[in-house]
Design a protein around this ligand. Structure first.
Ligand code: FES
Length: 154
């Protein structure tokens, strides 16, 4: 069950948008922060708070990749593999991360610290190749930069 604070936050969001359907996306971020991923219960709670049918929340949560549908590690590494990043070595970046972490894409390390994902464009094409770890961007990636970044999280 969502905390009182989360419910309050979602209710406050309704005052900032034209209609309830527009609140679904930011409300899902609240759910993700609260539970660590988007649970079915969380989607139903959002629908209930916003006065929507559950399908109106499910369809949005399942369409967008930024909503995690299953638990992720403490640090969720999302490597952009869209065109600009791909042209500048995104697949190599994924390989480097995969080898250093000992996991494949869509997997989490046994200690639940890192999850590795390949995602669509994150809107930072000018600094490709890039990745997002939790809420932060890491850009112009090289193998050396990745080593330093991972060290800072260990
Ligand atoms: S293609 Fe990678 S950020 Fe846009």
């Amino acid at each position: 069950m969502l905390s009182e604070g989360a419910v309050k936050e979602i209710n406050e969001l309704t005052g900032k948008y034209a209609n309830s359907r527009s609140v679904v996306m930011p409300a899902l971020y609240v759910v993700q922060r609260e539970y660590g991923y988007i649970t079915e219960e969380g989607m139903r709670e959002v629908a209930n708070i916003l006065g929507l049918r559950p399908i109106q929340v499910f369809e949005i949560a399942t369409f967008y990749t930024m909503y995690n549908k299953k638990p992720v590690g403490k640090y969720h590494i999302q490597v952009c593999t869209n065109i600009s990043c791909s042209l500048l070595g995104a697949e190599y970046i994924v390989d480097v991360l995969s080898k250093k972490l000992g996991i494949k894409v869509k997997e989490t390390t046994p200690d639940k610290k890192f999850t590795l994902s390949a995602v669509e464009c994150l809107g930072s094409c000018g600094t490709a190749p890039m990745m997002q770890i939790n809420d932060n961007y890491y850009e112009d990636l090289t193998e050396e930069k990745i080593e330093e970044i991972l060290k800072s999280f260990r």
